[in-house]
Design a protein. Structure first.
Length: 176
């Protein structure tokens, strides 16, 4: 792996960490209409890595980001940690599969919406695998329609940003 590639990936991962931290600080859970809903600003970075590099790199860096933030915020030993991992993994997998099946026929905004929906579904999948931690699990499924509905504007926002900055990042990527 070239030095320039390592630097670019490191810078992107640092940006993902900063975006995630900023979202946690400046967009508290209470301002969104559905409990647990988030915009997912860090997904901007990992969608770009998925497009520019590959699924394996995007997964590894996303998990490393979650580990770093989990360590810094103290959620590493809480149920939030596996939820974050589950959401990130399913999101990236669904975006990759969609990209393989549809290629460029689906815009980056559409792809980002698929990722946002996948993130919510991944978290619920983890919740079903850890029922002892969440005794009111059936109540969480009541939130599913709202979470999926919130995934649309969240995916639109992150996808729109990716559409705007990816050409610049891609130029640097090609010149590595």
């Amino acid at each position: 792996m070239s030095t320039k590639k390592i630097v670019l990936l490191s810078a992107l991962m640092a940006l993902g960490i900063v975006l995630n931290a900023m979202e946690n600080l400046f967009l508290p859970w209470s301002i969104l209409p559905i409990p647990g809903a988030r915009i997912g600003l860090a997904n901007i970075v990992f969608l770009m890595i998925l497009i520019l590099e590959n699924l394996k790199t995007a997964l590894i860096l996303s998990i490393v980001r979650i580990l770093i933030l989990g360590t810094l915020t103290g959620i590493l030993a809480t149920p939030v940690f596996p939820l974050s991992i589950g959401g990130a993994v399913l999101s990236l997998l669904l975006m990759k599969i969609t990209r393989l099946v549809l290629g460029d026929k689906l815009s980056l905004i559409g792809l980002s919406i698929i990722g946002a929906i996948g993130h919510n579904l991944g978290q619920l999948l983890v919740l079903t695998m850890l029922p002892g931690l969440f005794p009111g699990l059936s109540a969480l499924y009541i939130l599913l329609p709202g979470l999926l509905l919130m995934a649309i504007p969240a995916g639109m926002i992150t996808g729109w940003v990716v559409e705007r900055i990816l050409p610049t990042i891609a130029r640097e990527w090609r010149n590595r």
